[in-house]
Design a protein around this ligand. Sequence first.
Ligand SMILES: [Zn+2]
Length: 105
Amino acid sequence: MATSQEILENKHIKVVDNMLEDDRLLPCPFCGKVPKIAICDEEGNYHDLDYIDDPWSGLFFGLVHSTNEEDPDKCCPIATFEGEAMGTVSYDTIDELIERWNKRI
Ligand SMILES: [Zn+2]
């Protein structure tokens, strides 16, 4: 299981507003945006990075792919609103999430 320290030291991962950006994720085939990774519990609630070290309600990683607010006409067909994880699938590890997303593209 990853710790917050391991995530901070991972050269692929950047932490931005409690979301993770991983440069191994491929851009979306529809809009070219790269999805972010949210830290979730088993009910899909979002948590910050510290939660990884004390996941008292389960630890999962979800893809977040927000809508294009500057230009809603170019809205991506698979985007969700800011703050909602994409789909209902969450992953036990970041590596699994990346593998599944990149395979779909
Ligand atoms: Zn997209």
